[in-house]
Design a protein around this ligand. Structure first.
Ligand code: IPM
Ligand code: MG
Length: 355
């Protein structure tokens, strides 16, 4: 049966990099992949055209697709809006609406790029960490939230970090399952020394490990210590399990270890059989948008993750990943990784190596 891929190019460099991923998908379709591609407005582009960052029709299309490939959202022109009218609100609504509670963020350092990292080569060459970040709970969604004015005239701002056992264990399960296909080691991050909900996170993750995953080596680490360990000795990590907020911060840190934010893909998945949401980790990069110089690798590698996790074509995912690696080995570089290729030319270089 024909699978469907919905593209949400979004804002800034999103449309530029997504166009290259679309060309790669087009090549696979020409080679026999049974995939139908559709496209919809999202983020700031949807605010301008439809008044909201995510229309009901677009959310319905996302839920009906097999996979969704997003570009990026946001930009200075929408930054002054109230929270519900910002492009980012559309992304949070899309994640929640699709119920993609586990965000897989691989931080893998391609050998050809080890010198592009701000860390010395010995610390990052061969780096291969998989972040599993909880994506639909925690402080991003917790109630109560907001800013109120107190009787004495000062303001009081509130956001709530909240998790239930089932929310913790369903994302931990994904981390354990994925660790089984790797080194079998999971490090879980929280701040159980100051947060009750952090200690509960630790206990619930440990309980699941003891009940169902005795073969997995689970350790717990305070999130601040993990931030330090990631730059001190990043190769100690295999799979890292985090809540939504710590995962947001720590995955950006890990991404930079690999040389460029422009290289890293991500996959957001939920219950088996439900569509996944795929997106580069980099944002909309307003500073370089419209110039055709953005690195398309993260978007192409996100397409590869979609092929693996939602489209049932791990073979093609591996072929796309190999093509990116071969292009890098052959010296193809956009400016963020020390070269001068345009977005389109980088795409050409990768397509040359796609077997
Ligand atoms: C990310 C981004 C988003 C997040 C923003 C754009 C809402 O930083 O995907 O890491 O905070 O989750
Ligand atoms: Mg982030």
């Amino acid at each position: 049966m024909t699978k469907t891929l919905l593209l949400l190019p979004g804002d800034g460099i999103g449309p530029e990099v997504t166009a290259v991923a679309k060309r790669v998908a087009g090549r696979l379709i020409a080679g026999g992949l049974d995939l139908a591609i559709t496209e919809a407005r999202f983020g700031g582009a949807a605010i301008d055209a439809d008044g909201v960052p995510l229309t009901e029709e677009t959310l319905a299309a996302a839920k009906a697709a097999d996979a969704v490939l997003m570009g990026a959202v946001g930009g200075p022109q929408w930054a002054g809006q109230s929270y519900d009218k910002r492009p980012e609100a559309g992304l949070l609504a899309l994640r929640a609406g699709m119920n993609v509670f586990a965000n897989l963020r691989p931080a893998r350092c391609f050998a050809a790029l080890a010198d592009a990292s701000t860390l010395k080569r010995i610390y990052v060459d061969g780096l291969d960490i998989l972040f599993v970040r909880e994506l639909t709970g925690g402080v991003y969604f917790g109630e109560p939230r907001g800013v109120e004015t107190l009787p004495d005239g000062q303001r009081r701002g509130v956001n709530t970090h909240v998790y239930t056992t089932s929310e913790i264990q369903r994302v931990a399960r994904i981390a354990f399952d994925l660790a089984r296909g790797r080194k079998g080691e999971v490090v879980s991050a929280e701040k159980g020394n100051v947060m009750e909900a952090g200690l509960m996170w630790r206990e619930d993750v440990q309980a699941l490990r003891d009940a169902e995953y005795p073969d997995i080596k689970l350790t717990h680490m305070l999130a601040d210590n993990m931030a330090m360990q990631l730059v001190k000795n990043p190769k100690q990590f295999d799979v890292i399990l985090t809540d939504n907020l710590f995962g947001d911060m720590l995955s950006d840190e890990a991404a930079m270890l690999t040389g460029s934010l422009g290289m890293l893909p991500s996959a957001a998945i939920g219950e088996p059989g439900r569509p996944g949401l795929y997106e580069p980790i980099h944002g909309s990069a307003p500073d370089i948008a419209g110039r055709g110089v953005a690195n398309p690798c993260a978007s192409i590698l996100s397409l590869a993750m979609a092929l693996r996790h939602s489209l049932g074509r791990a073979d093609l995912a591996a072929a796309v990943e190999a093509a990116v690696e071969a292009a890098l080995d052959a010296g193809a570089r956009t400016s963020d990784i020390g070269g001068a290729l345009t977005t389109a030319a980088m795409g050409d270089a990768i397509l040359t190596h796609l077997k």
